[in-house]
Write a protein that binds this ligand. Structure first.
Ligand code: AMP
Length: 125
């Protein structure tokens, strides 16, 4: 975990300094369409507050906020119409996880059969 960068792009979206294609907002979260969609449906859900990653969020946020955020993710999945067809949730962290924006976020992906988990699924090493 590193110190929270208040100028990261999602912090700026939360403050309304940068526009986003909003899907939903509530007390605990904001969600919006990913600017470079990797699937027909690709939405990011971010918690309100200063949390760098999943670890940070679970360690620092109050239970009420963690619960509220997870309920928001579920609500977004319903709003996006993904329950019947299925979906994938991803949260990247750190170098190996290839996180690029240091504000905790969950990717919701769906709208087609997404195939294997990673391009290197068959890697046995
Ligand atoms: P990650 O690599 O897990 O940190 O994911 C960051 C995601 O944020 C990437 O999928 C980007 O395409 C997306 N992204 C970056 N800037 C914006 C933006 N201004 N609006 C929407 N999505 C963005």
């Amino acid at each position: 975990m590193s110190e929270y960068d208040r100028n990261n792009i999602f912090a700026r979206i939360l403050r309304g300094e940068i526009p986003c294609k909003k899907v939903h907002e509530d007390e605990y979260s904001l969600s919006f369409h990913d600017i470079h969609p990797a699937a027909p449906v690709h939405v990011l859900v971010i918690p309100k507050g200063e949390f760098t990653c999943f670890h940070d969020f679970i360690e620092l946020a109050e239970s009420k906020r963690i619960q509220g955020f997870n309920q928001s993710v579920k609500h977004n999945i319903k709003l996006l119409g993904l329950i019947d067809g299925g979906y994938r949730l991803i949260s990247n962290f750190g170098y190996n996880g290839s996180q690029t924006v240091p504000h905790y976020h969950v990717h919701i992906l769906g709208g087609k059969q997404l195939g294997g988990l990673l391009p290197f699924d068959n890697l046995t090493r």
